[in-house]
Design a protein around this ligand. Structure first.
Ligand SMILES: [Zn+2]
Length: 114
């Protein structure tokens, strides 16, 4: 059952203490921020793509506090009431998610520069 019994990473085959798979996974993590229009036309900011190890409930609480909005964490996603795309990168950066890791989707911005 236990894969790491011998101390070898099943992913790269290196001993656990040399393995950098987890670090790479963290660096390659992509957090995406999208906007979703819910009932009654209310906008919800949907943040997803967090690593499984991250406590989303805790993160949602921090985000709600910093953004002063309602929201909830569920199924690997954090929903935040309102459109927070303009500020969320900065807020996430303060919580340990660098801006380059966070990708913002701007579906409602029609005149975007390209
Ligand atoms: Zn590995």
């Amino acid at each position: 059952m236990s894969v790491d019994e011998g101390g070898i990473c099943p992913n790269c085959g290196l001993p656990q203490d040399l393995c950098v798979c987890e670090t790479i996974a963290q660096e390659e993590a992509r957090i995406t921020v999208t906007i979703s229009r819910r009932k009654w036309g209310r906008l919800t900011t949907v943040v997803e793509g967090f690593d499984k190890n991250i406590d989303l409930g805790d993160l949602a609480t921090k985000l709600k506090g910093k953004l002063a909005c309602g929201g909830a964490a569920k199924h690997g996603t954090v929903d935040l009431q309102g459109d927070h795309r303009v500020v969320i990168q900065g807020v996430l950066a303060k919580l340990g998610f660098p801006e380059e890791m966070v990708q913002i989707d701007w579906p409602f911005r029609r005149r975007g520069r390209r």
